[in-house]
Design a protein around this ligand. Sequence first.
Ligand SMILES: [Zn+2]
Length: 196
Amino acid sequence: MSISGTVTVKDNRYHPQGDFHRIEPATRIRNADEGWSLLGVTNPREMVYIHSYGGEAPFFEALGRGRLLATRCDNPDCALKGTVYQPFRIHCSECLGRNTVWDMTDLARQSATVHTFMVCERSGAFNVLDTPIKFINIEFDGVPTILMSYLSVGEPEIGMRVVPIFRTTDPTYTILDLSWVPAGTPVAGLPQGFAF
Ligand SMILES: [Zn+2]
């Protein structure tokens, strides 16, 4: 049986329901080199981590609806007024004002290219992507920042035109709901659950 904590927020407070942590009996670590004497114990534990997205929540909600949100500084007194930030940046790093949310899905479809890439044959704990993972840094026309994501189809190349795809069927509400494929990839070639 797995633990099943869920959370809702109402009246500006967290309301957790269900199990959030479970402890299981320790197991002994024996040392075969010294007569199987006790060396220590393992401490099996399961826990649910409550991860608030804060001001970035609209970004993750939009992915499941097939939209890529960025932000833009609209402060008329800011030296970087009009600058678009992707990754989604809640506050402007120049004036520290609150940025405006801006839907850049169409811009991404029209201008995304691979800035650089990295292919990982191995990954860390809890990774759920298939290996080798094709990490790509993506640049967009008129956007000074680059976005880290992953290519789902084909082999990455610097300068390659790519288009975003979104996990609109059973979204996970994590960054994994966003991926990329080479421009011109047919719908039939997309991974399960993803759409343009
Ligand atoms: Zn600013």
